[in-house]
Design a protein around this ligand. Structure first.
Ligand code: ZNH
Length: 145
């Protein structure tokens, strides 16, 4: 499914990302740009203003959790559906996350990565990276009925 060029491009992008630095940025971006996604995070306390989102340690921690899960997909590119089967079920059955929001999160990931990588995220690299994230979004949606 992936060409050697795609594999090396995806790995090269991923290697430039520090989960502890970029994870919090991603989660804050989703909550600020798409504020209705707040509804899933009732246990996170105050995330009702931009400043509160940016200073909330649970938001930051959750961003690291999500990027750590993305690391598993990068390391298992040939079985992304298998990697995320149980996580998909959790988001469907227990968390009731609208699968459309996986796409919103994916866009925030790309934008946060672009802020970090600047010109090295050239159009061709972005295309390959987004293809990878589409596979992640599909896999996260795979257990929805
Ligand atoms: Zn999610 C959780 C991943 C998306 C919401 N997540 C979670 C976890 C993980 C994840 C790993 C943990 C689990 C356990 O603990 O077991 N996510 C993920 C991924 C993705 C996601 C990979 C994609 C890409 N999510 C998402 C979205 C949303 C969410 C989009 C909404 C908006 N999650 C969520 C919640 C939770 C989770 C709410 C729970 C949290 C807490 O802590 O409570």
């Amino acid at each position: 499914k992936w060409t050697e060029k795609e594999r090396s491009t995806i790995s090269a992008v991923w290697e430039k990302i520090n989960i502890d630095e970029t994870g919090p940025h991603i989660m804050a971006r989703v909550l600020i740009v798409y504020p209705w996604t707040e509804r899933y995070f009732g246990s996170f306390g105050d995330i009702f203003t931009v400043a509160a989102v940016l200073n909330n340690p649970k938001v930051a921690a959750h961003g690291k959790v999500v990027l750590t899960a993305l690391d598993r997909a990068v390391r298992n590119m040939d079985d992304i559906k298998g990697v995320y089967a149980s996580l998909s079920r959790l988001h469907y059955e227990k968390l009731h996350v609208d699968p459309d929001s996986f796409r919103l999160l994916a866009d925030c990931i790309t934008i946060s990565f672009a802020c970090k990588l600047r010109s090295s995220l050239d159009p061709q690299t972005q295309a390959t990276w987004q293809k990878f994230l589409s596979a992640v979004v599909d896999a996260m949606s795979s257990q929805y009925y």
